[in-house]
Design a binder for this molecule. Sequence first.
Ligand code: DP6
Length: 334
Amino acid sequence: MSRKATVSAPSNIAFIKYWGARDLDRAIPTNASLSMTLDICRTTTTVEVLDEAGADAIQIKSDDGALTPAAGAFNERFTAHLGRLREHLGFTGRIQAATHNTFPSDAGIASSASGFTALAYAVSAAFDRVDSPEEMSIRARLSGSGSAARSTFGGYVTWPSDPHNPESPAAQHAGPHIDLRDVIALVQHGPKDVSSLEGHRRAATSPHFATRQERLPERTRRVSAALTSGDFAAFTEALEEEAIELHLVAMSSTPPILYWEPGTLEVIHRVRQLRTRDGVPCAFTMDAGANVHVICPPTSEDAVAAAVSDLPSVHGVIRDRVGSGPRHETEHLF
Ligand code: DP6
C-alpha cells in the first residue's frame, strides 16, 4: 500500500446548474446538470496515512510554499469529508493532508469541486483504491458538494437527477464536441456572503423554482445539441438564459440572495456588446457568485480577454479551457 499520494483535480463550470436538492445532506440534486471540466483551475492535494491514533491534520500550502494549518469552516468541511471517506472505504489511521489551489484563494472561484475531488482521489490513491470515474464521482459527492461529482471526468460532463436512482454518478457527455475556452473575469474579492449550500436550501422558496424545473429538460437538450453541432449561437442563447434564471431564483428566494456585484453587470454588458457590435462569439455564465465566466471558441479568446481586462471592476482574468480530469502528481506538497 502506498502511504502517501498526491492528486490534482480540476474545477468545473456548469452550463446547466445544480440548484436545489432533494436531499441536501447527501447532495441529491433536484435537477440534472451539465458542465465543462476546466484545465488550469485545479486543486492539488497530498495525503499521508499514519498508523496511529489522533486527529486528522490539514494544511494549506500557499504559492510561496508556506504551510498553514486549515481553520474554520474549510477545516470542518475537509475533516467531515475525510470522515465520510473513512467510513466509505473502511480504513483506519490518521490522515495528514496538504492542499494547494492554482487560483488565488480570495478570487471568489469555487474551490469545493476541485478540492473535494482531489481529496477523494488522494485518499483513495494512498490506499490503492482509485476506482472508475463513476465510483470516484460518488466518493467526491460524499463531501456534500454536488459540483464535485462532475470533476472526476474530463471534457463535458452530465450529472443526472433520477428519483429512482438518486445516487447516480456523473457521466461524460458523449462527443464529438466543440472546443471551448473559459475566460474568467474576477470581480469579487473574498468569499461570497451566502454559501451554495444555503442557496440550495432556499431555492424552492422562489416562486420561479417550479417553472425552472419545467424548462430545464428542454434547455439542457439545447445546450447538449449545441455542444456537438457547434451551433454557438444556439449555445449562447441557452447558456445565458440559464445563468440569468439561476440568479432570478436566488434573488427571489426567501430571504433573497444577491450574488451579483456591480462588476458582474459591467462584464455582462461588455460581453453582449462584444458579440453584437464587434461580432465576437462569446457568452456569459455565473456560478453562485459574482465572477463571470465568458465561454467562447478558441478564436475569440484573445479578444474576450483583452476586452474584459480593460474594465475597471475586473481585478484579474484567468484564461482556462476544457480539461481532462484528475491526475496523479509525482511531486508531493510536503
Ligand atoms: C451554482 O453545492 O456544488 O455552482 O460545494 O460550493 O461548489 P459548492 O456548491 P455546490 O453547488 C454548485 C452550485 C452552482 C451550480 C453548479 O455548479 O452546478
